[in-house]
Design a protein around this ligand. Structure first.
Ligand code: XMP
Length: 511
């Protein structure tokens, strides 16, 4: 296993994730982890992350120099590189101008770290301070036009340091370097699997929970499903999952969730499905303003959950399916509120519990999916596209009624069925796609009669991070089938429109 010592940089978990991608177990710990604890942890290698400080700053994070004497290979990245130079007698200077972005570095191919990369390779830099002189015993193994020591190493002591960030995608051969560090320098075997994550996590949860009572809000989404299965495998019927069906789910979705987690499913747990459709429809009646709709759905969700929690009484632990990107996003500064997102953030205040368990806190989405597959959760749940908390409520423009929900559910089911049949989700690399009900009615002719019905809008986007998105070019012949089927099979619809706007300026959802 590898230990990542966190000096406060923004890519810390990304480094851990890259090490896991090498099939090597890895944990991130604070930079001030005491030396004896590090020895006890017994890692095969230590990586120092970057960080926002300068080694000359007043409260800069510094580590006992003894760490270099443990005989454990070290890789310092960015601040970690400067810290290594500074601690071992090199020189660190403050540059008049920060270096930020893609840079070409010339590397020494006799270094174990660089033996498999091109001698001129593109890397990502993000720093102001730089190492101007390597410490004694070190050789310089990388240079850029502005950075005299972009990489350095002490081969005998197995101390390596790079000023750039091999962990980010913009460093084109960064993964090759990290692989060389964990395999060739540290001697890791690379036999760790996500199944091991599941196993260790289940054991750790079991130990922590003892015979306590655990409560989980299950949405049927990937994150809460994987969290629930981990908990169920750890503590079985000590776990109660509450699934609120707010009547704004996709067609058959409530039953699908129940089939997996309910009493007929494969897992041991207490499953409570709350059919709260009427409550939500009543609260939403006549409300058209998007933000108000979102608030109402979010608040009602909490009220329904509160009612259930009261029946259950005091629990010891509350489970949340928080994943790593949620952790970063919630830590970000103030950006304009485009939409108020619905999440379970309000739940802790209505549940009487001792502690929160977040078993997926350190994982990225695709890693959560891998754990899900390892745990045997069905593919269709593991690979579900994102579905917003307020559900179809924000895919029905204007006021929400039971009748409109039915229309959009049926249209969306046809859309998804035909996309899957044509394999377009893969061939067009769709990140998210759904049908929405516009608030527009228009005139049509069906049979020999006039119709005055709703228009369905089809949305499909390609995106990697959901922050920006391009509208997907679904083949016309597939759109043709979808459009015909929707108009013929869904009463109340006489027109199908295609949304060909990217984000920005549009958003992915309609409200
Ligand atoms: P927008 O519409 O803002 O959506 O471009 C970006 C992504 O976020 C999802 N989304 C939500 N997810 N709660 C969620 O958990 C919400 O309230 C919410 N609103 C939007 C949306 O589906 C897309 O994937």
């Amino acid at each position: 296993k590898v230990l990542v010592l966190d000096f406060g940089g923004q890519y810390n978990q990304l480094i851990a994730r890259r090490v896991r991608e090498c099939n090597v177990y890895c944990e991130v710990k604070p930079y001030n982890m005491p030396l004896d604890k590090i020895k006890e942890f017994n890692p095969k290698g230590i990586i120092f992350t970057g960080g926002p400080n300068s080694v000359y700053g007043e409260d800069s994070p510094l580590v006992d120099k003894g760490i270099f004497e443990l005989g454990i290979p070290v890789l310092g990245i960015c601040y970690g590189c400067q810290f290594t130079a500074y601690s071992l007698g090199g020189e660190v200077l403050h540059a008049p101008k920060s270096e930020y972005g893609k840079t070409i570095v010339s590397v020494d191919k006799s270094s174990l770290l660089f033996k498999d990369v091109k001698s001129e390779t593109t890397v990502w830099m993000s720093h102001t301070d730089y190492v101007s002189k390597a410490p004694e015993g070190f050789v310089i193994t990388g240079k850029t036009s502005t950075c005299p020591v972009a990489a350095m190493e002490n081969r005998e002591k197995k101390i390596y340091a790079v000023q750039f960030h091999p962990e980010v995608m913009h460093s084109e051969e960064g993964m090759t370097m990290l692989r060389a560090f964990v395999y060739d320098v540290c001697g890791c075997k690379g036999d760790w699997q996500m199944a091991d994550f599941a196993k260790t996590t289940i054991e750790a949860i079991r130990k922590k929970v003892g015979n306590g009572k655990v409560l989980c809000a299950l949405s049927g989404g990937v994150d809460s499903s994987v969290a629930a299965v981990l908990l169920s495998k750890a503590v079985g019927e000590q776990l109660t999952c509450v699934f609120v069906d707010h009547g704004l789910l996709r067609k058959n979705e409530g039953d699908e969730v129940e089939a997996v987690f309910g009493p007929k499913g494969p897992y041991k747990l207490n499953f409570i499905r709350v059919n709260a459709q009427e409550r939500f429809y009543a609260k939403l009646a006549g409300v058209t303003e998007p933000e108000r709709k979102r608030k109402i759905i979010g608040e009602e969700f909490i009220r329904v959950f509160e009612d259930e929690a009261k029946k259950i009484g005091k629990v010891d632990f509350l489970v949340q399916g928080t994943i790593y990107p949620d952790v970063i996003e919630s830590g970000l500064g103030k950006s304009a509120t485009i939409k108020s997102h619905h999440n379970v953030g309000g739940l802790p205040s209505v549940v009487d519990f001792k502690e929160i368990i977040e078993p997926l806190r350190l994982l990225f989405k695709d890693e959560v999916r891998k754990v899900g597959l390892e745990l045997g959760i069905p593919d269709y749940l593991v690979y579900r596209q994102p579905f917003p908390g307020p559900g179809l409520g924000i895919r029905i423009i204007g006021d929400v009624t039971a009748e409109k929900v039915k229309i959009v559910q049926e249209a969306d089911a046809i859309y998804r069925e035909e996309i899957a049949k044509a394999g377009v989700d893969k061939s067009c690399n769709l990140g998210q796609y759904f049908a929405a009900l516009t608030n527009m009615r228009s005139v049509g002719v069906m049979g020999d009669g006039r119709t005055y019905d709703y228009a369905i809008a089809l949305r499909a986007v390609q995106t990697s991070d959901f922050m920006t998105a391009d509208w997907a070019r679904i083949p016309y012949d597939v759109l043709d089938i979808i459009s015909r089927r929707i108009v013929n099979e869904v009463p109340g619809v006489n027109r199908v429109l295609l949304d060909c706007t990217s984000k920005p300026p549009a958003t992915i959802e309609f409200e």
